[in-house]
Ligand binder design. Structure first.
Ligand code: AMP
Ligand code: MG
Length: 412
């Protein structure tokens, strides 16, 4: 039996890296960037107005105030996308809108709020503006050739916009790992089918397919495989063509638990079996025909907890992401929770309170079969192996599950 730490280190060290593919920018959100992107051109690409107002020569308005306004003759009006036809010379101004190309000769923009209409085509400037005021310079945000994003980044909407603004039409991202999902068990039927005596719904196939999608992979659900040696062997042989194989069930010490035996007949190189943890103790990890395989326990909670703890970092490593782990926070136990001594226990919990004072409570039954208590929870308390109880008031580490875990239901 290995410790949680040893198991995780083993997985991370041995996970292969996938190749990349070019995708259009519009398909790149949520993907792992697999190249350094440099700016094709400057941002902004030209000198432009940062405010609606008047483009002026700063020297002309250096003495302007509301008591002593300066009168300038307005040459033209330029909107965003327009091109000025006249240069601003002494005693003149151009009415200009935010984002519009600055006319030659002008070196400042006076806000429209600091002006008043003058007689005829004149404007009265009522405030001074130094050189450069309210003017955005070319390359101020990004210089041409500058690296804007690095490989390993999980692309978010702001990144996509940034990439567009520097002229990237296609980007190289890591291929999505194709993950085969085998669910073993004579008791399993697909959802929607009538349940005979002794039968249950194959929920793991749905749980894991959803979890793979969420983690950026592409699930390939192999479906239900009966607890028969040939069926299991064949299923794994096929599944090993994927980038990663997940199976559930049949890895414990039951009379019909054939997974490890069949894997070994296929040349499985087991790296570990059994982790000192709860839930998920019978987890096995290794390589079959060069493909990483996680034999997850069958219990619905065990398989999903193992997915979060080991498979998420494995998939992120495969995609070259620079953040491999789920976020975790420190919190205070709001109630005592007994735990198994000698095993690292991951307790399904709810996180409440503001981040400076997070509190956690168990979501109820911690039996590995009770998926409800994982659905109700938004985190996993990491209960250290050496203790037999997590006392009230104890400070604990909590792995957050889901992007809004621990967030207050309130604006901002
Ligand atoms: P096993 O690891 O095969 O001994 O299964 C442990 C427990 O998990 C048993 O109660 C199984 O019925 C249940 N189980 C196994 N596979 C699944 C599955 N795909 N969906 C839901 N429950 C399962
Ligand atoms: Mg089974």
């Amino acid at each position: 039996m290995v410790s949680v730490r040893e198991a995780l280190d083993c997985v991370l060290q041995q996970m292969p890296r996938l190749g990349g593919e070019q995708v259009p920018l519009s398909r790149a959100c949520g993907r792992a960037l697999a190249e350094v992107v440099t700016a094709r051109h400057e941002v902004p690409p030209f000198r432009n107005a940062a405010m609606d107002g008047y483009a002026v020569r700063a020297a002309d308005v250096a003495q302007a105030s509301s008591a002593r306004p300066v009168r300038l003759r307005v040459l033209e009006t330029v909107g965003a996308g327009g091109v000025p036809r006249h240069a601003v010379v002494r005693g003149t101004a151009t009415r200009i809108m935010t984002g519009a190309l600055m006319p030659n000769g002008a070196d400042a923009v006076v806000r429209v709020e600091d002006t008043a209409a003058g007689a005829g085509s004149e404007v009265e400037v009522r405030a001074a503006a130094g050189p450069g005021t309210n003017v955005r310079l070319p390359g101020e945000d990004v210089r041409a050739g500058e690296a804007v994003l690095h490989a390993g980044r999980l692309l978010r909407p702001a990144d996509i916009g940034l990439l567009a603004s520097v002229g990237a039409t296609m980007v190289r991202v890591a291929c999505r790992p194709r993950v085969a999902i085998i669910t073993t068990g004579d008791e399993l039927v697909d959802v929607g089918q009538p349940l005979g005596p002794g039968q249950i719904v194959n929920s793991n196939a749905y749980t894991l397919a959803a979890a793979v999608e969420e983690a950026g992979g592409e699930p390939i659900v192999v479906g239900i495989v009966r607890d028969q040696p040939d069926a299991i062997r064949n299923a794994f042989r096929e599944a090993c063509r994927a980038d990663l194989v997940l199976s559930t069930g049949g890895v414990s010490v039951g009379s019909f638990d054939y997974v490890r035996q069949m894997l070994s007949e296929l040349g499985y190189q087991e790296r570990f079996w059994k982790v000192a943890q709860k839930p998920g103790k019978p987890l096995t990890f290794g390589f079959c025909a060069g493909t990483p395989v996680f034999g997850l326990p069958g219990n619905p909670v065990s398989s999903l907890v193992c997915f979060y703890l080991y498979v998420v970092p494995a998939l992120r490593t495969m995609m070259g992401l620079d953040r491999r782990f789920l976020p975790s926070v420190t919190a205070t136990m709001a109630e005592a929770v007994p735990k198994a001594i000698g095993l690292t226990e991951f307790v399904r919990c709810r996180v409440t309170g503001p981040p400076e004072r997070y509190e956690v409570r168990s979501t109820g039954s911690q039996s590995s079969g009770v998926l409800r208590s994982l659905s109700l929870g938004d985190g996993l308390i990491v209960g250290p192996a050496e203790v037999g109880i997590l006392e009230e008031g104890r400070r604990v580490r909590v792995v957050l599950l889901g992007s809004d875990a621990g967030a207050a239901e309130a604006p901002f």
